[in-house]
Write a protein that binds this ligand. Structure first.
Ligand code: ADE
Length: 247
């Protein structure tokens, strides 16, 4: 993924982009992130980027000029871009959007808002508004990092082991199954015996069943949206019979 980030706080990004998977992806040229400070494009002698809202009300609004100027600057290279604005009023971000972004050939621009909002005229520059959830954050920086992270994991070669992305939660539309590592027993807490049985058919069955149990309990809405296989329906029937016995 290639992207430009327009933000008032570029430093927020550097620590996260310089660790772990994102750092490795950048070194492998699978992720290219360029950070731009919106303030650098201010026309104001005091580099002010916000102003009072017309019509009154609390808070400040990001002015249009620095953002339009920044976009003019980015577009000088002639490369086509998809402009995404991070805002609580956007389309809810999910794994299917992450998958489509991972396949996108265009360079992205992630526009991070702050203050009470952005001058509405900036929306004429924007292709899509994205929200990472129904809560209000201080700005679009964390949401932009969330999007960059989720998308980068899906870029082929970004994860060491390509199986991990396949197995992951939500690639199935289900929660992940529980994971265990050594030691086999810790503070009297034991690893489920099936995982050390060496029987891979039973291990697959157990994992799928645990993923279904957890999803059923916490997010039954996800399960309703999923296309269930014959095998899943069988496991769900098994789960139901067992819960009937327990009650
Ligand atoms: N900016 C502030 N809150 C946000 C959210 N929930 N999603 C995306 N951008 C935001």
């Amino acid at each position: 993924m290639k992207c430009d980030v327009l933000t008032l706080f570029p430093d927020i990004f550097t620590a996260y982009l310089n660790e772990s998977i994102l750092k490795k992806a950048r070194l492998k040229n699978l992720l290219d992130v360029r950070l731009y400070n919106i303030r650098d494009f201010s026309l104001d002698p005091h580099r002010q980027v916000d102003d009072y809202p017309f019509g009154g009300g609390a808070g400040m609004v990001l002015k249009p000029e620095p953002i339009f100027k920044a976009m003019d600057f980015l577009r000088e290279d002639g490369e086509e871009r998809k402009v995404v604005c991070l805002t609580p009023q956007g389309r809810p971000f999910d794994q299917s959007i992450a998958e489509s972004y991972a396949k996108e050939k265009k360079r992205f621009v992630f526009l991070c808002g702050r203050y009470e909002g952005i001058d509405e005229r900036v929306k004429t520059l924007v292709d899509e508004e994205i929200s990472i959830g129904d809560y209000v954050l201080t700005g679009g920086e964390l949401p932009a990092l969330v999007v960059i992270d989720a998308v980068t994991r899906l870029v082929p070669g970004a994860l060491g082991d390509e199986r991990s992305v396949q197995d992951e939660s939500f690639s199935w539309g289900l929660f992940d199954y529980p994971h265990y590592t050594r030691p086999r027993e810790y503070r009297n807490l034991k690893v489920p015996p099936v995982l050390v049985s060496g029987n891979h058919r039973q291990i697959d069955h157990w994992r799928r069943k645990q993923a279904l149990i957890k999803t059923l309990k916490v997010r039954p809405d996800l399960l309703k949206k999923m296309i269930l296989t014959e095998r899943d329906r069988g496991i769900l029937a098994e789960i139901e019979t067992e819960s009937d016995k327990d009650s």
